[in-house]
Design a protein around this ligand. Structure first.
Ligand SMILES: *Cc1c(COP(=O)(O)O)cnc(C)c1O
Length: 434
């Protein structure tokens, strides 16, 4: 065993050597040191604000839908570990990857039949983009290599995904000019239940029609735009995109990395609209938050198109493609999800968040409170004071990670009613202090 390090030593080394997401080097704000996690609780290595454990309102960036240290997922991981943690996927295959792929085909919208297993959400978006561009190249239309999206989106931090993130005010604004230049529609009008705006639908149709010659694909997050602003829109616009893409010969990609596996109240957000994309990206909750894994699914038409090209293969193959450990846990996580009335759990959390967050609407500085499925959002009329808001939540015994003007929660589906109430109270406290 290595020499144990004290919490103080760990935090000092962390600050000196370790990058954190979107962080400076050396680090500024001290992260909380987590020793273990179980159920919906993170146990801190040393108490902070008098708390030695925190109810997790974030599901570790929306992935840990079953909570932590779940016996079923632990068993799946242990069992697979005894067989093999990893083997290469070139020239070899294995049961966990085959089972998972078949399962994803079975539960996703019907036309999606083929699965590329990638190692992170951003990579699955890169693969989706490559699929679309290569499809048109293979069909002799190499000019079709741009993407269209609507503003307010987020698709990851690698190069192609960054090019379709919201170009203004987001984390990737710095790279304007260096990134491929894509085509941006206005952000979709807000409100899941709002009546569709005909003028906006016409705007989408016009833009897709005008750029059809150079468009490979339209890529959007269906129903919920996550890290780009936690906003909800009417599923009707997804039907508009589907129709316009079909009419003008453009592929449609749904990035369901945040929305997949029940978060919005449907297993996949595409189901709210009753349309299927040509390509779909999954990630985050895919392994129940245990391991990094993502998937890009496509239709047989897309796969066939690629196979007809001068280069009849999809030239992509990460070292850890199809990782058996991650695939086995993902399959167990999906089984676990489907073995229960997950829709009822998400509804229960939705009701709890609606009740618990309602008081926030009356707080000074709050612009809007919105809830959809197991997603609760309080939007301020100013940039949140992240340190103050986080501290306020920790004082309530809850872990939240606000950003921009948003204090939000996406709790694990196993969060009990009392803990949903506690998370809601913490969001309100964070809104008051932030
Ligand atoms: C998180 C996210 C990504 C990126 O996934 P990573 O695993 O962080 O690379 C892409 N798209 C959406 C919608 C996401 O929420």
């Amino acid at each position: 065993m290595p020499e144990p390090l004290t919490p103080g030593e760990l935090l000092a080394l962390d600050r000196q050597h370790v990058w954190h997401p979107y962080g400076p080097m050396p680090g500024k704000a001290a992260p909380l040191l987590v020793g273990s996690a179980s159920g919906v609780r993170l146990r801190l290595a040393e108490p902070v604000e008098g708390q030695d454990e925190l109810v997790d309102g974030m599901s570790s960036w929306w992935s840990a839908v079953h909570g932590y240290n779940h016996p079923v997922l632990n068993d799946a991981a242990h069992g697979q570990l005894e067989r093999m943690s990893h083997v290469m996927f070139g020239g070899l295959t294995h049961e966990p990857a085959v089972r998972l792929a078949k399962r994803l085909v079975d539960i996703s919208p019907e036309p999606l039949q083929h699965v590329f297993l990638a190692d992170s959400g951003s990579v699955s978006v890169e693969v989706a983009v490559k699929m679309c561009l290569q499809y048109w190249r293979s069909l002799g239309k190499p000019r079709k290599q741009r993407l269209l999206t609507w503003r307010g989106g987020y698709h990851g931090d690698t190069w192609q995904p960054m090019s379709v993130c919201d170009p203004d005010g987001g984390m990737h604004e710095l790279w304007q000019g260096a990134l491929p230049r894509q085509i941006f529609a206005d952000a979709p009008p807000a409100g899941f239940d709002a009546a569709p705006d005909e003028a906006y639908a016409a705007h989408l149709r016009e833009l897709i029609g005008r750029h059809a010659e150079e468009l490979a694909a339209v890529i959007v997050e269906p129903v919920v735009q996550g890290a780009g602003g936690m906003s909800f829109h009417s599923p009707a616009y997804l039907r508009v995109l589907r129709e316009a893409c079909d009419e003008h010969g453009v592929l449609l990609v749904f990035d369901e990395i945040a929305t997949g596996f029940g978060r919005t109240g449907a297993l996949f957000a595409a189901e709210h609209a009753g349309v299927a994309p040509d390509v779909m990206c999954l990630g985050k909750a895919l392994t129940g938050g245990y391991l990094t894994l993502a998937a890009t699914l496509c239709t047989t038409a897309v796969a066939d198109g690629i196979s007809r090209g001068a280069l009849p293969v999809l030239a992509h193959g990460p070292t850890f493609m199809g990782n058996p450990l991650a695939a086995a846990v993902a399959d167990a996580s999906i089984s676990l999800l489907l073995s229960q009335d997950w829709g009822q759990e998400v509804k229960r959390i939705e009701t709890g968040l609606r009740n618990g967050l309602a008081p926030a609407a009356d707080l000074p500085g709050v612009r809007e409170v919105r809830v959809l499925g197991a997603i609760g959002v309080v939007q301020l009329d100013h940039e949140v004071d992240m340190a103050a808001a986080t501290r306020a939540a920790v004082r309530e015994g809850v872990w939240l990670r606000p950003f921009r003007d948003l204090i939000y929660t996406m709790p694990p589906y196993i969060t009990g009613d009392d803990d949903v109430a506690r998370i809601s109270a913490a969001v309100c406290a964070a809104a008051r202090e932030g």
